[in-house]
Write a protein that binds this ligand. Structure first.
Ligand code: IMP
Length: 205
């Protein structure tokens, strides 16, 4: 069930994620909005299984589970790294390519190995946000950041596939940018800008 319902400034929401990197990014990106974030991990919520084959489907599973468990509006992000030469993979399987221990060295190596000598280095990070209310209503916003795969991995900031992604218009990898620089152009930053515009009630003028 989707709706036009909006969050009020100052409202408390659950971030339906156990990923510390994402929590830091969301808190920084939502700081101005006055929306207070408490994370699913801080509330001890179980992580639902991501069984959908799309970013939207998995974002809805996470946000609806957290909203129903807490009675609060819940925001989730499902995101991934989509490589053109791999027909968009790892995509929704980005976290799974790191194996049960979340080994990103392994995941980045697999991207490199599967790309082989392909001259097509194009890649994009994609993020879909889902805002869900306990009554089951949902709203979605999406953001993309286009760029290229680089090898070997570079930089020690950020998380996930950041060391092997160079955003369009830059020559540094995401892992070589400060968090402010990354947030200004990242898929999640763009999805959140759209989220603030369409899902949060603006301040009265
Ligand atoms: P999710 O938590 O199910 O959305 O999984 C997303 C996965 O995509 C993460 O575990 C990372 O591997 C990857 N990913 C998503 N966003 C980023 C990013 O900003 N930088 C690097 N990797 C990312």
């Amino acid at each position: 069930m989707s709706s036009e319902r909006r969050l009020q400034r100052g409202e408390r929401i659950v971030l339906a994620s156990h990923n510390k990197g994402k929590l830091v990014e969301f808190r920084a990106l939502l700081a101005e909005s006055g929306i207070e974030i408490v994370s699913a991990a801080e509330l001890g919520l179980a992580e639902p299984e991501e069984t959908a084959d799309s970013f939207e489907g998995n974002a809805a599973i996470k946000a609806l589970a957290a909203a129903k468990a807490t009675g609060l509006p819940a925001l989730s992000d499902d995101s991934g790294f989509c490589v053109a030469a791999l027909d968009g993979r790892p995509g929704v399987y980005s976290a799974r390519w790191a194996g049960p221990d979340g080994n990103m060295t392994l995941a980045m190596q697999r991207v490199h190995d599967e790309m082989g000598a392909s001259p097509d280095k194009k890649a994009a990070f994609v993020a879909v946000l889902c805002l869900a209310w306990p009554d089951g209503t949902t709203r979605f916003t999406e953001g993309r950041c286009e760029g290229e795969v680089c090898w070997p991995p570079r930089g020690d900031q950020g998380h996930g596939y950041d060391p092997i992604f160079v955003p369009q218009g830059d020559c540094r990898s995401f892992a070589e940018l400060s968090s402010d620089e990354k947030n200004a152009t990242s898929h999640r930053g763009r999805a959140l800008t759209r989220f603030l515009q369409s899902c949060v009630t603006p301040d009265p003028v």
